[in-house]
Design a protein around this ligand. Structure first.
Ligand code: CUA
Length: 293
C-alpha cells in the first residue's frame, strides 16, 4: 500500500527524467554552435501553446501523484480491515526513548519491539512530552507522535529481519540518539518473546535491594516486582535487549556501566541524572540488570 505510492512516484520521476534529459540532449545537439553561425539564433518570446503546455502537464502529473498519496495517508490513519485481526501496539514517544505497550498481551517494553511476521500491526502513536516522529524506513511510513493526541499507522511486516527505526522530528538535544529496533519474528518466536516478558522475572534479591536503594525504582519498572516507575523506560527483560540507551549502543556490560556512571555523556540531555555511584555499586547493578532476562 505504502510501497505502491513509492513506486508510483518513482515511475513518474523516471518518466520526467527521461523526457527532460531527451529534450536537453536534443537542444544541445540540434542548436549547437556551428562554424558558419553568425550571431544569435532566432529567439522565441511569448509562445502561448508552449506556456500552457508546460503549466498543464506538470499540474496533471502532480494531480496523479497527489491523489494516491493523500488516499494512502488517510487509509493508514484509519482502522485496518477487521479481518486482519491487527495486533495493537501503543507507542509513546519520550525524550529520548520509545515506549511500546501491547495491551492485549499484557506486555510493556522499550526501544526494542518484536512483531510476528504476517500479522497486521496497528500502531497508535502519542507523546509524553514534545512532538516525535515514528519512522522505520524499511517497514514504510512515518508519522508524528503528538502530545495529547492519537495518530495511527498500520502495516503488515512480511519478512523476517531486524529493522532500524529513528525519531524523525526534531525533539531536543538527543533527537538523533532516539532510535529503536523492530524484530520481525516467526509467530512462534514472537510468542516466546512475549512469554519471557510476561513470566515472573528471575530476580536476584541482593541486586534488587541495591536497585531499590539507588532509587532506580522511582523512574523504572520491572514487571512482577514493586518497582513500577513510569518516567524512564521499563527494565523488564533489559538483559535480553541487543542495545541500550534507545538503540545507540550495543548492550554490553561496559556500555551499561558507562551509562550508569554518566548518562549525560552517553546521551546528551538525558533526563536520567548522574547518580554518583561507587564502582562497586555500578558492578552490582550491571550484574543485576543483565539478570533481567
Ligand atoms: Cu524524538 Cu526526535
Amino acid at each position: 500500500m505504502l510501497l505502491d505510492v513509492y513506486q508510483d512516484v518513482i515511475w513518474w520521476s523516471v518518466g520526467i527524467f527521461v523526457v527532460v534529459e531527451a529534450l536537453l540532449l536534443f537542444a544541445v545537439l540540434r542548436f549547437r554552435r556551428r562554424p558558419d553561425d553568425t550571431g544569435m539564433p532566432d529567439q522565441v518570446h511569448g509562445h502561448t501553446a508552449l506556456e500552457v503546455g508546460w503549466t498543464l502537464i506538470p499540474a496533471a502529473i502532480l494531480f496523479f501523484i497527489a491523489i494516491p498519496t493523500v488516499r494512502t495517508i488517510f487509509l493508514t490513519q484509519r482502522d485496518p480491515p477487521p479481518q486482519a485481526d491487527a495486533l495493537q501496539v501503543s507507542v509513546v514517544g519520550h525524550q529520548w526513548w520509545w515506549e511500546f505497550q501491547l495491551p492485549e498481551l499484557g506486555v510493556v517494553t522499550a526501544n526494542e519491539l518484536h512483531l510476528p511476521r504476517g500479522r497486521t500491526v496497528l500502531f497508535t502513536l502519542t507523546s509524553a512530552d514534545v512532538i516525535h516522529s515514528f519512522w522505520i524506513p524499511r517497514l514504510g511510513g512515518k508519522r508524528d507522535l503528538n502530545p495529547g493526541e492519537e495518530n495511527r499507522i498500520w502495516f503488515t511486516p512480511d519478512s523476517i529481519g531486524v529493522y532500524e527505526g529513528q525519531c524523525a522530528e526534531f525533539c531536543g538535544a538527543s533527537h538523533a540518539n532516539m532510535r529503536m529496533r523492530i524484530f520481525v519474528d516467526e509467530p512462534d518466536a514472537f510468542e516466546r518473546w512475549v512469554e519471557t516478558l510476561k513470566g515472573p522475572a528471575p530476580i536476584d534479591t541482593t541486586g534488587f535491594t541495591t536497585f531499590l536503594a539507588s532509587g532506580c525504582a522511582a523512574c523504572h519498572a520491572i514487571a512482577g516486582t514493586p518497582a513500577q516507575g513510569k518516567i524512564g523506560p521499563t527494565l523488564t527483560g533489559v538483559g535480553r535487549r541487543t542495545t541500550i540507551a534507545a538503540g545507540i549502543l550495543p548492550n554490553t556490560p561496559e556500555h551499561l556501566a558507562n551509562w550508569l556512571r554518566s548518562p549525560d555523556s552517553v546521551k546528551p540531555g538525558a533526563l536520567m541524572p548522574d547518580l554518583n555511584m561507587s564502582e562497586t555499586r555500578i558492578d552490582t547493578l550491571v550484574t543485576f540488570l543483565y539478570g533481567l532476562q
